[in-house]
Design a protein around this ligand. Sequence first.
Ligand code: NG6
Ligand code: CA
Length: 504
Amino acid sequence: MPVNYTQLTGIALSGLLIQSSCSPREKIHRNQVAKNPNIVVILADDLGYGDLGCYGATKLKTPNIDRLAASGLRFNHGYCTSATSTPSRFALLTGQYPWRNEKARVLPGDAPLLIDPAKTTMPGMLQKAGYTTGIVGKWHLGLGSGQVDWNRHISPGPNETGFSYAYIMAATNDRCPTVFIENETVVGLDPADPIQVSYKQNFPGEPTGKEFPEKLKMGLSQGHAGTIVNGISRIGFMKGGGKARWTDEFMVDTFLLKADKFIENNRSGPFFLYYALHEPHCPRVPSPRFAGSSGLGPRGDVIVEADWAVGEFLKKLDQLGLTNNTIVVFSSDNGPVLDDGYADRAAELNGSHTPWGPMRGGKYSLLEAATHVPFLVSWPGHINPGVTDALVSQVDLAASFAQMTGQPNPGPDSQSVLAALLGKSPIGRSSLVLDNGSGKTLIRENEWVMIPPYPGVPLFKDVNIETGLSPEIQLYNIKIDPGQRNNLAKLKPELAEKMKLGIQ
Ligand code: NG6
Ligand code: CA
């Protein structure tokens, strides 16, 4: 009978990792490390399955992330939970499916905190296991509990939902407020120039992209007609905070510095770091060091930039002697998009590169490329390098790390796939509910994907991505047909109907 790895306890699993040849003392030390390694989750923003060399990209070079992949496990069937950021990140941190929470949709920059501080999150669970926890980068899960005063302590936020340290942007790099917030205080704010934010109306005298398109260094194609910051107009309006406003070109360096500092300060461990990269989300503004580096325009350039940042961060782990006791997970919050509202010529300059890999769809879609994302897990000396077909999702990290550290699972929809993450089992979960970021769900079960009928809705989104919404029920065998070309629902109606029950 095959061993059911998912039922093994964390301690038993760590035992699996210990080679019998080591001395008793070394054994105890290695057991400790095996149970409480540092954990780093690096999450890119809108990076597609096909954007990385290790997943087959040839037109775009990502040598550092490829090296990470080669040092560990590359998942062929790794998923985020949702086709947009907020719901996906909600699931990652809470272990709960976002479609259960109607408010888990792309949030404006002034939205209240989406996560209930009374509930234990994944980082909160790790705190209970003795971890120091930090987030650096994109938050996008709301802040405060109503009208936020950006000039005071902004709470509740990451510090109330499991993070001891937080250096974040409130929402996205295209949304106001365009400032960094460290432990719930705006960084570099001059009290004489207070910040005000509105998603309803402009502040008199503040230039917007709508009124002054000639002032923009990057034009817009849709939306993004609000306040101009650093020559780029954003979603929403803000006034003040002049000195605190970020310069997009330096964002990569700021986040890398803070991520490095966090691991350096906490090198004695164990620590958990959620390093939430802003690339390749729009506006795609690389550091001058990377402008023109990819030959594919700004979208390619910021992916090269993100790859560099990951490489530098891994170097830092190495310099601190932490590589062998740190699990690094790399993934993306949702699938790729070319034109996402700025006139950065992403589609035109993309050439023959395929950010979606062999799949159909992308960001905002129900089709595969929306949620089937890069998924890498590396832990040198503990995980044997390789490639796996195990079905895993970001929603499972909560339960998996809970099992590893001997804590209760905080996530109601999270299943431990620890054995698969560690390369001890070729099997992850058997079924997974996914969504398009607007509450429309589909289900994957083993190699099958079923998308229920969604009549009366557009087949294409305005960003030129197939929505996957169709009046017909859809059934695909993803292992044989990753491009979702053959709808088998008519051939296998019982299977399609049975799978439909799984999401009702
Ligand atoms: C959309 C924005 C898009 C992006 C997205 C959220 C427009 C036209 N489009 O509404 O640019 O910001 O929201 O992306 O404004 S996510 O990756 O954070 O989910
Ligand atoms: Ca995203």
